[in-house]
Design a protein around this ligand. Structure first.
Ligand code: FES
Length: 84
């Protein structure tokens, strides 16, 4: 089974059997059993992580975001949607 772990303030670690392909379906060679995929968008070797996330102070939680509440939904709605 493949396991993908979003590391706090870091990359996605992918463990297990998987095939990595680009959006056209071309396989991207993976030379390791565990691969770190960039999620900060600043790596110079995307889609792989090169550690740049540390230098730029990338922040992201490891877990899923908290579910939105109705109050949070209203705050994020555009003004015209709030008036109705
Ligand atoms: S997550 Fe490591 S360089 Fe982007």
């Amino acid at each position: 089974m493949t396991k993908i772990t979003p590391y706090r303030d870091g990359p996605y670690l992918v463990r297990g059997p998987f095939t990595l392909v680009d959006q056209d379906g071309n396989e991207i060679e993976v030379r390791r059993r565990v691969v770190a995929l960039c999620r900060c968008g600043r790596s110079q070797m995307r889609p792989f992580c090169d550690g740049t996330h540390k230098a730029i102070g990338f922040q992201a939680p490891s877990g899923a975001p908290a579910p939105l509440t109705a109050a949070a939904d209203a705050e994020e709605a555009p003004p015209e949607a709030r008036d109705s």
